[in-house]
Ligand binder design. Structure first.
Ligand code: ADP
Ligand code: GLC
Length: 487
């Protein structure tokens, strides 16, 4: 099958969250299964700085916000990609430093509607082979609001390719005004409550849901949750009415990058068959790196970790509320890595300053530290209020770092609670709570620490966790079934 795969971030070129990991891992698995996959990404400044031997395939005149842009399509080479990688280059829209969606002060780039409308138009032109590259996809697979206009743009084409739209996070809707709708020259027949109109403006995410041939999201539980008011952001009715084309496919993880048996970021290797001494040696290295004491005494105490974007979704505030009580009543230590909302960053720094022997934080994005934390901790805290899939709990499972999670989305689909039944069945791999508040989190951590005290039992839970199969092959096969069904 020929698949055009367009996204606004792709690891390792540009990443703000799990979407980038998916846009790397899924196409690679699809290519390995003999599909012809072509990746398309905006040519952000930092992306251009990383690729080599770009060659110009052609230039398109594309209408934006009251002006026409020249968009050059580049074929690029990069060691991470064996297959075709195309970049949509438009200096005025994409060649700026930093985050692809946010200005340095943390607010949205004011021209985001224009940027991603122009990108979507470039995707549609290439999907129709209007640049005469002699490559016409059978399926176009696009992701999140940034590419939500693509299914609408393809709708009117004769002999159009089929279009699959994946929702990675319904919380980001790509909402813009009626004035922008007009200035972008979006077609009037899309302006209705049955189309992309949304509360007087328009939503690029809604456009994707309405006009795609199939809509997927990144876990089966989240596919059900988004059909309810609590998770639907006002789109639950629409999603329910489109249930016939909506499905949930759990993400995979990159099993080369995330494998404790040969992860280059780790000072010591380990596996389900030989967890020790490697796991404890990594714990000592992690404690040492964060100045929490690397002696046997320190490494005998439970170590709890967190990595993630510091936003309300991730429940970082629940962790920060629970920590003082846990410090008072247990011997646990905490290491937290993340960046995001300034208020959470300050709160984290404050806790670390108050408890320098037992709490350490790193504010920022750091791939190496994230790997070491996954390897060195005993428990990984992921009390997300909602989680479309979540990758970190899967990394934790693979690294024998038992996750403590709220029962939602992909967390509910991957973490099997350590109940007596699940322990007896040999499936238990973590600790689950059912109310998204700090008390439930802290109560569950106390309960997990009781399990931790029994070393043999703990190792069995770790082995259960480490043996889980989260390879991309299984997800890729499920996506191929969706592609075939719409084709
Ligand atoms: P989301 O996409 O909602 O942020 P996911 O769990 O799907 O959540 O993916 C997050 C990805 O980003 C993971 O690969 C995680 O390791 C990584 N990540 C997030 N914050 C950091 C950070 N501060 N340092 C390193 N990696 C991070
Ligand atoms: C989103 C979600 C996360 C998911 C990721 C990749 O950012 O918040 O749960 O794992 O996309 O699909």
């Amino acid at each position: 099958m020929k698949i055009l795969f367009a996204a606004s971030e792709i690891y390792p070129l540009i990443k703000t969250g799990g979407l980038a990991d998916v846009a790397y891992g899924l196409p690679r698995a699809l290519s390995d299964m003999d599909n012809d996959v072509c990746l398309l990404l905006p040519a952000y400044a930092s992306v251009l700085a990383q690729v080599e031997h770009t060659c110009q395939l052609g230039t398109l005149d594309i209408w934006g916000d009251g002006r026409t842009h020249q968009v050059t399509i580049l074929a690029a080479q990069h060691e991470a990609f064996a297959g075709t990688l195309w970049l949509a280059e438009c200096a005025a829209l994409f060649e700026r430093p930093g985050n692809p969606y946010l200005q340095p002060d943390g607010t949205d780039w004011p021209d985001n509607a224009e940027r991603f409308c122009v990108f979507a138009r470039a995707v549609a032109v290439l999907a129709a082979d209007q640049l005469a590259l002699n490559w016409k996809p059978d399926v176009v697979h696009v992701h999140d609001w940034q590419t939500g206009l693509v299914p609408a743009l393809l709708e009117d084409l004769p002999e159009r390719p089929r279009c699959v739209f994946t929702i990675h996070n319904l919380a980001y809707g790509g909402h813009f005004s009626r004035e922008l709708f007009e200035r972008l020259h979006l077609s009037e027949h899309w302006w209705s409550s049955e189309g992309m109109e949304f509360y007087g403006g328009f939503s690029m995410l809604k456009a994707g849901i309405v006009y795609a041939d199939a809509v997927t999201t990144v876990s089966p539980t989240y596919a059900q949750e988004i059909c309810t008011p609590a998770f639907g952001y006002g789109l639950e009715g629409l999603l329910r009415s489109r249930a016939w084309k909506l499905s949930g496919i759990l993400n995979g993880v990159d099993e080369v990058a995330w494998n404790p048996a040969h992860d280059p970021y780790l000072p010591h290797y380990f596996s389900a068959e030989a967890i020790q001494p490697g796991k404890t040696q990594n714990k000592q290295a992690l404690l040492d790196q964060f100045g929490l004491g690397a002696d046997d005494e320190a490494s005998a105490q439970p170590l709890l970790g967190f990595v993630g974007r510091l936003v309300e979704q991730k429940g970082i505030d629940l962790i920060l509320q629970a920590i003082p009580e846990l410090l008072a009543h247990t011997a646990a230590r905490f290491i937290l890595i993340g960046s995001g909302v300034a208020h959470y960053e300050q709160w984290m720094n404050q806790l670390a300053a108050q408890h320098p022997e037992r709490v350490a934080v790193y504010i920022g994005y750091n791939e190496a530290l994230a790997h070491l934390l996954e390897a060195g901790c005993d428990l990984f805290m992921m009390p997300s209020r909602f989680e479309p899939c979540g990758l970190n709990q899967m990394y934790s499972l693979k690294y024998g770092t038992l996750p403590v999670v709220y029962h939602t989305g992909g967390l509910a689909d991957t973490v099997v609670n350590a109940t007596d039944e699940n322990i007896a069945a040999g499936t238990a791999n973590g600790f689950v709570f059912y109310r998204p508040d700090a008390q439930a989190l802290s109560g569950t951590i106390h309960w997990a620490l009781q399990h931790y005290a029994d070393k043999n039992h703990w190792q069995q839970l770790q082995r259960n966790a480490m043996r889980a199969d989260f390879g991309w092959q299984r997800s890729a096969r499920a996506y191929l079934r969706v592609y075939s069904a719409v084709h």
